[in-house]
Design a protein around this ligand. Sequence first.
Ligand SMILES: *Cc1c(COP(=O)(O)O)cnc(C)c1O
Length: 426
Amino acid sequence: MAYGFNTLQVHAGAAPDPTTGARNTPIYQTTAYVFRDADHAAALFNLQEVGYIYSRLTNPTVAVLAERIATLEGGQGAVCCSSGHAAQLMALFPLMSPGMNVVASTRAYGGTITQFSQTIKRFGWSAKFVDFDDLDAVEAAIDENTRAVFCESIANPGGYITDLDAISAISDAAGIPLIVDNTSATPYLCNPIEHGATLVVHSTTKYLTGNGTVTGGCVVDSGKFDWSASDKFPSLSQPEPAYHGLKFHETFGALAYTFHGIAIGLRDLGMTMNPQAAHYTLMGIETLSLRMERHVQNAEEIAGWLEGHDAVDHVTYAGLASSPYNDRVAKICPKGAGGLFTISLKGGYDSCVKFVDSLEIFSHVANLGDTRSLVIHSASTTHRQLSPEQQEAAGAGPNVVRISIGIEDAKDLIADLDQALNTATA
Ligand SMILES: *Cc1c(COP(=O)(O)O)cnc(C)c1O
């Protein structure tokens, strides 16, 4: 029997502890695991048997979370990491090598644009940024050295929706995996794998944990990509010297990418999630659907109200009929366009600064996806390292404030926004 989302978000991956009967998933606060004997240890180290060795690679609490997220995303397997940014590097690592590139959307989290345009160069990788609404440009950007296509389902900060079906048709035709950052949408609102994504990455820091307590990330593999169809992905299709010539794809099939992520990625890059973080995120995920419903309901009401306010020039929420992305809601995220969007103020940069300083319920922080309502002036913070052109392309110009709508009472949030907007324009 196929369980529904609400059941899976509470139960997937977990079972009562076999030793103690503990109903909630224990925090396995241990670094290492005792081998039954020397043969058992050898089999584990050779990947001939699956089991726990050392918590840089796997930990039972973290494993429950990985299985839960994989299940909610409809994937074959998942690897949890220390942050969303770690997840992005972990996602690219098996695919890339020096000289290779990733084709990425200009509309992305500011930190992602910095990571892809600056930091990955140190590995000899590069990124080509294109407007993902221009399908011809996406297709044209893919060359013989492209190893991945990367975008967000609902893009941070504007809440713009990517036409994942159209993008995956292009990546499929090129024989390249599509990586979708599903942080802002969550698997409750959007299932990128159903729209052709090969891999899904998350900053679990945001809605999955949901209350701004711990950082974390996750890479989910659909298990659908044929890594051996070309010679482009030797890490997965060719013999691995560190495991006596084992071929991941041939040996592990649909779990090849997940096993590689643990046995090579976590082992050697060490961007591991700790069991305490996994515990908080497991607690958060249990209420994901309830929170997302309220985030969406509040965002719809508040975005509509903001659109009519004199001080506001523009509201980007895709759930509004005025949004050019409104058509995509029904197709990509039918339960709603999320809780994240930006507003631009007629008063420009100075008004934005006064506005964020005058809010009382909303906090000015570099975070989103919290139960609490949050704002940030992207141009002076998260998108500060970007050029003016990159800021505009990412939807984070100087007159723009990003809003992450929480689960408080909408009328209280509206009253707070109203007083701050009036102060900002006085
Ligand atoms: C926050 C965020 C990230 C980075 O995640 P961290 O957990 O902060 O490393 C990546 N993508 C999106 C869409 C985000 O919102």
